[in-house]
Design a protein around this ligand. Sequence first.
Ligand code: PEP
Ligand code: MN
Length: 284
Amino acid sequence: MKNLKLSGLNGDRHQRTIVTVGNVRIGESFIVIAGPCSVESEAQMMETAWRVKEAGANMLRGGAFKPRTSPYSFQGLGIKGLRILEKARKETGLPVVTEVTDPRDVSWVCEYADMLQIGTRNMQNFSLLQEVGKAGKPVLLKRGMYSTLAEWLNCAEYILAEGNPNVVLCERGIRTFETYTRNTLDLSIVPSVKEVSHLPIIVDPSHATGRLSVIEPMSLAAMAAGADGILIEVHCNPSEALCDKDQAMSPAMFAGLMKKLATLRTSIQHIYQHADTGALEHAA
Ligand code: PEP
Ligand code: MN
């Protein structure tokens, strides 16, 4: 692949980047990010945060700015949501990732978040990419729903070129002719990324499938495919979720998934050893 000056492997297959977010090292061993689609209230966020922490999640997620298909759907709590996320992080100790949708918001969202998420609809928003590149915070770059691997890595390149080496890729499903699932999870992108890039890659089976019954098997498959982690939407009371309720796991379901992941991990541990020699570390 041409012109991947900073995201490409440049001939060394063992070169891997580790992105540090608080006390979490993404790219070293399998990590799990969990939390609601959107921050709805302090009670909802705190309850969900404690439940995912108890189940063993490494990081917390929650949207304060929601890029919704309809302008009439719940758009997120904005600054109020960020303050709730800050409280959840302080109390649980879990680092927080949250989406930023506007270049003008980047500098102040950084005051609340440990990691900035660029959503699928904004993957090619180049001014936003440059802004999060300048901010220097770790970035979770979701794959555009219509994007090729080359287009995606070029977007990572925009962030890296601003001097921010802390980029984690996230496969979240692409649009195909299939409609049974919300999107089509392209798991083949995981080993493909590893073949051409040193950047860590995690998988989001929640948005990729949009179906509770499919999220668990795809999470296990993501681990088996060599992903560096997964992102799962969990809500303390899924039937009441304001956003993406059909794909929200209950805390009990999430705890069951975590147990299965732990079992799978012990049986495949010897296959993927990320803490290879040659890992690149960048101070966050
Ligand atoms: C999200 O993770 O909250 C989200 C909106 O995801 P995506 O951008 O992948 O649709
Ligand atoms: Mn969602």
